[in-house]
Write a protein that binds this ligand. Structure first.
Ligand SMILES: Nc1ncnc2c1ncn2[C@@H]1O[C@H](COP(=O)(O)OP(=O)(O)OP(=O)(O)O)[C@@H](O)[C@H]1O
Ligand SMILES: [Zn+2]
Length: 749
């Protein structure tokens, strides 16, 4: 974009529609529909499009946004098509085309996830209003001279403009000079200012790689140097920063970012959405003198458009975003950081099922630039890649500065049971009391929203179930509701049992964070408590404010779900209590042990980050479980070794491959029949086997009955080919039947 306003003409906004002449030739266009390939369109005379051009095309009676693609269309014999018989492209947007790199990436993701390419491409152009250039803004330029009459207000403006003779907006100048708009208008009328058009202001300032001198030493320095060397070497390289919580991993990858910026390239930092906090953005600003562009679900459309446009034009150099930021069409991307690379939040399970961590590695390989994965508890997949030498692993074994890791102990709940109706053992309660006596903070972690996971009638035993799903309704006492966590269905908590009519006999079974908060308030009525849970009102903004309040010491006891587990620095936090350490261990997920280990390490890692002595107490009924033993021994290496060995034996990822098919329909019979048909159509191939169909653990979701097939293959087997054959040779998809295909599934429900 122009740096000097004089070379910018007023935008020809709305005039981008070319005169539609006779069509000249035919191009393939990906449209945002679940179809296998591109559609053919005629290019009207006078319109210039090339592969990657973003265009508007008619589909039936609608106009949709699509992308001109490479090669010829797949919808038949496009090369032989007569352009006169095809519908023409309606308009070509005035925005840079998607690069070859981006198009190759989209094709790759589509082929790997078996998702329609148009739906993948759609993720790259998710800001339709940004496809046209931003309109110029009207501004004022100082011409010189004096007004006829010099009032004090007018002098203020003139003093300011002589000091800073740059183009100003009308209101910007009025505000800066502290005068009313009419003063500015008066000066303009007198010819002191002339009206010009300015480029719209950038959404974020330019980060400066040398804004503050790096101050790293020891293992941090060594790690940074290794990664910087791989950046200087050029080309694709994958590094894994494996460092304990609080070891300063962020500081290390900031150095990699600085090096990339010095080389004039853009950077993408991927973070789980809930780790993208204001404290992260501020930390970035302290290092680089400017905030990164943000990309997540809670952006205003206006900011979203500006960031998208800035990424495409190269004006925005660094984006910190949630997983969908991976599909931003960067002009000149040179580095991707995946922070908390083990986090399940990188998996999207909607429309296009993909793992942003894995696809980020693919994007870096296609773009031939480096990628850095970061975690205190790397996934087994990344560990194995490190061991095999595909990734270069750098270790940060100790915390930064004087901070020590928290002292971790198990609380055997069979020996120290809570009092009747409670969930916190006396051991944990005593530790909380001591902590708040010292004016420090305690965190109680329970990964369960609401008051209680199950509500039943004491008289007849009636259990409240979602009318559309096979899940129990969860009581949310703050909202006086019972809710389904699958589909969002909710109703007011009834006073009487709908089955037997008895009044006031409903009992809550098991704890959620709200119930723990109630117990805490009973024991510590004077303590300031905060409940952090994603379902509470106020969204991301309130969450950020509360995190700040906690960091500022405005709470004594924090009760939270995994919202509080990620990446936060709470200086006064010295005790972390895990209410139910066993919660994630028994859900039929092959990654259950790994997941539990990661989550517990992450949460206990919130304690003692600034040097105060700290503790982690884990309530468990299975103190001998390998995960519990691994956590308290602090020997992550031994845990991973065993975990890797077990995966290898069972040929589970990354030593083998999985794909899951969920067949759903309005009736159970339709879903089951179709699933059986698919199974029967599976090709006979050595090395790939099909398990099921079986009713899914979540047998009913939003009124749809679900059956699951699990496909298991050896590492080098052609899973995609197998699945395609299965679906192509399987029964015709009729009526309400839908198939959901998930390559490398994370969820087994
Ligand atoms: N070189 C450094 N100079 C000054 N402060 C540092 C340095 N490195 C790290 N710190 C500080 O140490 C604390 C922990 O660092 P950081 O947040 O980077 O760790 P992390 O490894 O990313 O932690 P986690 O995995 O728990 O998110 C932060 O408060 C950070 O500001
Ligand atoms: Zn439901």
């Amino acid at each position: 974009m122009g740096k000097d306003s004089s070379d910018i003409l007023p935008s020809l906004f709305g005039d981008t529609l070319p005169e539609a002449g006779p069509p000249t030739h035919v191009v393939p266009v990906l449209v945002p529909l679940p179809v296998a390939g591109a559609y053919s369109y005629a290019v009207p005379e006078g319109m210039h499009v090339a592969p990657g051009s973003v265009v508007q095309v008619p589909v039936g009676p609608r106009q949709v946004i699509g992308v001109v693609w490479d090669g010829t269309s797949d919808d038949g014999v496009s090369a032989k098509l007569d352009p006169k018989k095809l519908r023409p492209i309606t308009l070509a947007f005035d925005c840079p085309p998607l690069s070859k790199e981006m198009r190759d990436f989209i094709d790759w993701v589509s082929a790997y996830t078996l998702s329609p390419p148009g739906l993948v491409a759609r993720m790259a152009i998710r800001a339709p209003a940004a496809l046209d250039p931003e309109p110029m803004v009207e501004g004022l330029r100082y011409v010189g001279g004096q007004p006829e009459r010099l009032t004090p207000a007018r002098s203020k403006v003139l003093d300011l403009i002589r000091e800073q003779d740059v183009p100003w907006t009308r209101s910007g100048l009025a505000n800066a000079a502290g005068v009313s708009l009419s003063v500015i208008d008066g000066l303009t009328q007198q010819g002191v200012f002339e009206t010009i058009f300015l480029a719209p202001p950038p959404v974020v300032a330019t980060p400066d790689p040398d804004f503050v001198a790096p101050r790293i030493e020891g293992p941090q320095k060594q790690a940074a140097e290794e990664i910087i060397a791989s950046i200087r070497a050029g080309g694709f390289a994958a590094s894994l920063i494996d460092g304990v919580t609080g070891s300063g991993k962020t500081e290390v990858y900031f150095e990699a970012i600085a090096e990339t910026l010095r080389r004039g390239k853009q950077v993408l930092i991927l973070l789980p959405e809930i780790a993208l906090t204001s404290s992260f953005l501020e930390r970035f600003e302290q290092r680089f003198g400017a905030k990164p562009g943000e990309w997540h679900s809670d952006l205003s459309p206006r900011i979203r458009e500006k960031v998208w446009r800035g990424v495409v034009t190269g004006d925005v150099q660094v984006v910190a975003g949630a997983r969908s930021a991976l599909f931003l069409p960067f002009e000149n991307l040179g580095l991707i950081i995946v922070d908390e690379e083990h986090d399940p939040a990188y998996k999207q399970e909607d429309r296009v099922f993909y793992n942003a961590r894995d696809m980020a590695v693919v994007r870096a390989r296609i773009g031939d630039f480096p990628i850095v994965l970061v975690s205190a508890t790397p996934s087994v997949e990344s560990q194995v890649n490190g061991l095999s030498g595909r990734y270069n692993t750098v270790h940060l074994p100790t915390r930064f500065g004087d901070a020590a890791m928290p002292d971790l102990h198990l609380i055997d709940m069979r020996r120290h049971p809570p009092e009747r109706g409670g969930f916190l053992s006396p051991v944990l309660l005593r530790a909380i009391a001591k902590t708040i006596d010292r004016k420090e903070q305690a965190l109680l972690f329970l990964n369960r929203r609401g008051y209680a996971p199950l509500t039943l009638c004491r008289v007849c035993g009636h259990r409240f179930q979602c009318p559309q799903c096979s899940s129990w309704l969860v009581e949310h006492r703050f909202k006086s509701q019972i809710q389904c966590h699958q589909c969002g269905y909710s109703e007011r908590t009834p006073e009487a049992c709908p089955e037997c009519g008895t009044l006031d006999h409903l009992v809550a079974c098991g704890p959620g964070v709200e119930r723990i908060a109630e117990e805490v308030e009973r024991h510590f009525p004077d303590a300031r408590t905060i409940v952090m849970s994603s379902d509470l009102l106020g969204g991301v903004k309130r969450m950020r404010l509360e995190l700040e309040a906690i960091a500022n010491g405005e709470a004594d006891i924090v009760i939270g779900t995994q919202l509080v587990a990620k990446g936060h620095n709470f200086p006064l936090m010295t005790l972390v209590g895990i209410v139910d350490s066993d919660l994630g261990l028994s859900n039929g997920d092959p990654r259950a042990a790994e997941r539990t280990f990661q989550l517990l390490s992450q949460v206990t890692g919130r304690a003692g980050r600034t040097g105060l002595k700290s503790h982690g107490l884990l309530q468990t009924f299975q103190p001998q479980h390998p995960v519990m033993q691994a956590i308290i021994s602090g020997d992550a290496g031994a845990f991973y070794e065993r975990e890797i060995e077990e995966r290898q034996k069972a040929i589970l990822p990354p030593f083998g491959r999985l794909a899951s098919l969920i067949v759903s329909a309005d009736t159970r019979a339709d879903a089951e029949t179709h699933a059986r048909g698919l199974r029967a159509a599976a090709p006979k191939v050595t090395g790939i086997s099909v398990l099921g169909p079986a009713e899914a653990p979540l047998a009913l979701v939003r009124g749809r009955h679900r059956f699951r097939l699990l496909v298991h293959g050896r590492r080098n087997s052609d899973m995609q080919g197998f699945l395609r054959a299965m679906i192509d040779n399987g029964p015709k998809q009729r009526g309400s039947v839908q198939i959901q295909l998930d390559i490398d599934p994370q969820s087994f429900l």
